[in-house]
Design a protein around this ligand. Structure first.
Ligand code: DC
Length: 226
């Protein structure tokens, strides 16, 4: 089998990873893998079962009842299936964001999801985004990028995004949630968010989307012919 190309993008919540990765994937013809959506699906499942994301005994008890799968539709859009049910839209709430951050701290959850992430990257050229892609999931990724921005900028962008969708959003609340998730995602014992030695850091605080996409393409072009 021909070797596939993998671009690992890690970074904190709201750094713009998914927007940028989706655009790059479309331009390069790669599969976009949003690994946050996988953890969100797990959080959603346990939420339905009434199990707290901190309740490791409850998680152990029911985890075998859960089947998570990724599917791509004809337009290349990633769909999340929870026991065969499409939950792609249901997992996009602030509540599930927080619960996904907490549930993703458990080793049993992370181990269960490792192979499915690696399998997509073995089959396809991918742009995969998350927190531990360069460090754990694809340590041999062709290109590793750490995308970040100040918490204030990320909160402002997230607030504007929610407002543009007609949802309620308060900047200070969003900022607090982002800071809390940053803390949880970087301080957990298993696969915490951190930059690896061989990744390129891109701080997008003062950049717009077009500038970030152009900078990412430059970074990728150093390793892959575009
Ligand atoms: O990228 P996101 O905001 O949709 O991710 C939701 C949560 O899932 C995030 O706060 C931490 C967790 N996550 C993770 O632990 N590892 C990943 N590779 C992706 C997400």
């Amino acid at each position: 089998m021909a070797k596939t190309i993998s671009i690992a993008i890690d970074g904190p919540a709201g750094a713009g990873k998914s927007t940028i990765a989706r655009r790059l994937a479309a331009e390069l013809g790669y599969h976009y893998v949003d690994t946050g959506a996988i953890y969100r699906t797990v959080a959603y499942f346990f939420d339905l079962w009434g199990v707290s994301p901190k309740d490791i005994d409850g998680i152990r008890r029911y985890i075998d009842e859960l089947n998570v799968a990724i599917e791509y539709d004809g337009e290349g859009v990633q769909h999340m299936l929870m026991n065969g049910m499409d939950v792609t839209d249901d997992i996009r709430t602030q509540e599930i964001s927080q619960k996904a951050s907490l549930i993703s701290a458990h080793a049993i959850v992370r181990e269960m999801l490792l192979d499915m992430q690696r399998e997509v990257a073995q089959k396809h050229n991918v742009i995969m985004d998350g927190r531990d892609i360069g460090t754990v999931v694809l340590p041999k990724a062709t290109v590793k990028i750490f995308l970040t921005a100040s918490a204030e900028v990320r909160a402002r962008r997230r607030t504007d995004e929610l407002l543009a969708k007609g949802k309620k959003a308060d900047y200070n609340t969003v900022l607090k949630e982002i800071q809390q998730r940053d803390y949880q995602d970087t301080h957990r014992e298993v696969a915490p968010l951190k930059m690896c030695r061989d990744s390129v850091k891109l701080d997008t605080s003062d950049m717009d989307i077009d500038q970030v996409v152009a900078a990412m393409k430059d970074i990728i072009a150093r390793k892959v012919s575009l």
